[in-house]
Design a protein around this ligand. Structure first.
Ligand SMILES: NC(=O)c1ccc[n+]([C@@H]2O[C@H](COP(=O)([O-])OP(=O)(O)OC[C@H]3O[C@@H](n4cnc5c(N)ncnc54)[C@H](O)[C@@H]3O)[C@@H](O)[C@H]2O)c1
Ligand SMILES: [Zn+2]
Length: 344
């Protein structure tokens, strides 16, 4: 398989260890891209990188632009095709560096070092990298898989509870849609973050393996909770964290599943009780919706593409571990938006 280019989307080799030890294994021609906050919060990590080329990529959507890619590319013109690019940070760094690694001399080897739980369970797997164009998120993107992913537990030690919760909710999204046995176990007893990370990573890896370049419509399952999640992110003016918005979106997907007879009420209720959401999730949904008209919501849903006009194509849950893509008629989601979701 040596004819595969660097960046082919294959299951990544996961290496577990402490960052300073793993950093010693890097080749001389490694270029590190790091979230400056991670370097500040982890002096040992910063020390382990002394003497190496380190570019700083601040977290946040402002870093996910073509201008940022070009700025880095200008600094990299002398770097050969044999180089290894290392993305040390959350999904922001991972997304931008995947694009850079794909374009630099038509593709170089990539190592992902996720520093948020969300990046560890989601964005560092599957090879997707993207930048935004104007207000359109991830408008330009590539598939460029990591050759290795380093899982360095110590990095997660500086995450806040809210940051951890985002990663946990994306992990729950995978487990409830893909693996009934694990979901039941998690519902009985919430897993420790190390367990959650490992199990959710394996599930996403398995989905990606079946459909590495998103041609069979299998990766769409990873959008569970995202249809209304994106609406809530937008209605909050992006103040709501993505993972939390996805959690609210999962509640909406469960409600619609029950309404359409796709999801059993008891399954929906047990998931709602088990999801690690902050208190008052339903109140948050109601508050956000009270500030918006149904047509505003419709516009946001339409911007999220998919489905015939008015209809919304979304992943619903048939059973724990079993999902289906369903065209939800406008009257159904509108009834929820006007009725029960607005009253909490
Ligand atoms: N490529 C994909 O498949 C995919 C999947 C999901 C999300 N994403 C993208 O990922 C991005 C979100 O990722 P994210 O939530 O990791 O966000 P992020 O990289 O923007 O980081 C979020 C915050 O956490 C901080 N941070 C990072 N590591 C830390 C640490 N160890 N300790 C303390 N703070 C730390 C950052 O500085 C930032 O303030 C979005 O741009 C999204 O589009 C991509
Ligand atoms: Zn997400």
């Amino acid at each position: 398989m040596t004819h595969l280019p660097p960046g082919a989307v294959l299951p990544s080799v996961d290496v577990v260890g402490r960052f300073p030890e793993l950093a010693r294994t890097l080749p001389d021609e490694a270029v590190v891209f790091a979230d400056p906050k991670v370097l500040r919060s982890h002096p040992r990590v910063a020390k382990a990188l002394r003497g190496r080329v380190v570019h700083r990529v601040p977290a946040g959507e402002e870093s996910k632009t073509l201008e940022a890619v070009e700025r880095f590319a200008t600094k990299l013109v002398h770097v050969s095709r044999g180089a290894t690019f290392v993305a040390l940070g959350g999904g922001t760094v991972g997304d931008v560096v995947a694009v850079l690694a794909h374009l630099h001399r038509r593709g170089v080897r990539l190592v992902q070092v996720p520093s948020t739980l969300l990046a560890a369970v989601d964005s560092s797997i599957g090879g997707k990298g993207a930048v935004n164009v104007g207000p359109v998120k991830n408008a330009l993107g590539v598939f460029h898989g990591a050759a290795e992913t380093w899982l360095c537990d110590e990095l997660f030690g500086t995450l806040t509870e809210a940051q951890r919760r985002e990663g946990r909710l994306e992990a729950w999204k995978m487990v409830v849609t893909l693996d009934a046995a694990t979901a039941r176990r998690w519902l009985r007893r919430p897993p420790a973050d190390e367990v959650l990370l490992r199990e959710a990573r394996d599930l996403k890896e398995a989905v990606v393996r079946t459909d590495p370049y998103e041609q069979k419509g299998v990766r769409v399952v990873l959008n569970f909770g995202h249809t209304f999640g994106h609406v809530f992110e937008s209605l909050s003016g992006y103040r709501l964290r993505h993972g939390e918005a996805v959690g609210l979106g999962m509640l909406c997907a469960l409600d619609l599943g029950v309404r359409l007879g796709v999801t059993a009420p008891s399954v929906a209720a047990s998931i709602e009780a088990g999801l690690p959401m902050p208190r008052g999730a339903r109140v948050t949904i109601a508050t956000l919706l009270r500030g918006a008209s149904t047509s505003t919501v419709g516009g946001l849903l339409a911007a999220d593409k998919k489905g015939a006009p008015g209809q919304v194509r979304m992943v619903l849950l048939e059973e724990l571990g079993r999902w289906r893509l369903v065209d939800v008629p406008a009257r159904e989601w509108q009834a929820c938006v006007k009725g029960p979701w607005r009253r909490a």
